[in-house]
Design a binder for this molecule. Structure first.
Ligand code: 16G
Length: 262
């Protein structure tokens, strides 16, 4: 990556951004190079000493920037062989026609699932939760917030809200929310999902191990019981570099149109 390296590091030397600490300028430069594809997964970075010389900054500054990027999962360090751009996870294809759970989806692909708890408990609901879940006055909301990890790669952050009547003990759900709902005959049978594009903020990017500003998918799922009552309101963020949502489309005939007419 010597041409790429030259471009990244000499820019810093030639046009320093006044006011911004040097290590941050270097960090941004490397992030930008990864984002734009100037350097790609598996590419080796030059040594600390070479970067320091190219950018005309101290090795301590280089180390700080590199360590920050390693912490965020953008770079990886392999003992004895150097620093590399982290490889991207294999893309996961997710059908949009089945109402399945994360655990089921990953198990079907032979992947091991684990979750890191971000929050779980009973809370006073927000106005949005009251409205979407149709909560009565004084009713609490159960929140289950998890970082979902498949085969050691963080893929999504899911923030689920349910009525406390449906989920009185959010800490006791075990590995799968849908399995817990199934046990109490509250597993949803239908859902409406809204998917939009976002750029990740600092906190979510850090949790997902990608650069802040990375493209990702924001998904809002509202799930219903057979009775038509809303049971789950989940806002998720899925890594844009890891997920393809796939929908099957069929030719639809407009009402009353038997085909053949203009
Ligand atoms: C899926 C759902 C999420 C649901 C979760 C349950 C999307 C975008 N989201 O990830 O709404 O809460 O499955 O998974 O598909 P679990 O049973 O493994 O906890």
């Amino acid at each position: 990556m010597s041409d790429g390296a030259d471009a990244i590091f000499s820019t810093l030397r030639q046009s320093p951004r006044g006011g911004m600490p040097l290590y941050l300028q270097l960090r941004r430069g490397i992030e930008e190079a990864v984002r734009s594809g100037l350097i790609g997964p598996g590419d080796a970075l030059p040594s600390e000493r070479d970067i320091a010389a190219m950018a005309d900054i101290s090795r301590v500054t280089v180390r700080k920037a590199v360590q920050d990027l390693v912490k965020d999962g953008i770079l990886v360090q392999r003992h004895g062989s150097g620093t590399f751009v982290a490889s991207r996870p294999e893309r996961v294809e997710q059908s949009l026609s089945q109402l399945t759970s994360f655990t089921e989806d990953m198990a079907r692909r032979g992947m091991t699932v684990r979750s890191q708890w971000l929050e779980r408990g009973l809370y006073a609901p927000s106005p949005e939760e009251i409205m979407v879940l149709g909560l009565g006055s004084g009713e609490q909301v159960a929140r289950v917030e998890r970082l979902r990890i498949a085969d050691d790669t963080p893929l999504a952050i899911e923030r689920a809200s349910l009525s406390a009547r449906v989920l009185p003990d959010p800490a006791g759900i075990g590995a799968s929310l849908y399995a817990a709902l199934q046990r109490t005959a509250n597993r949803p049978v239908r859902a409406v999902q809204r998917i939009s594009a976002i750029n990740l903020g600092q906190t979510d990017a850090h949790l997902l191990g990608v650069a802040p500003g990375s493209a990702s998918l924001r998904i809002e799922r509202i799930s219903y019981l057979a009775s038509g009552k809303v049971v789950e309101f989940t806002r998720s963020v899925y890594r844009g570099d890891a997920y393809d949502f796939v929908a099957e489309l069929r030719l639809g005939l407009a009402d009353g149109d038997a085909g053949g007419r203009a």
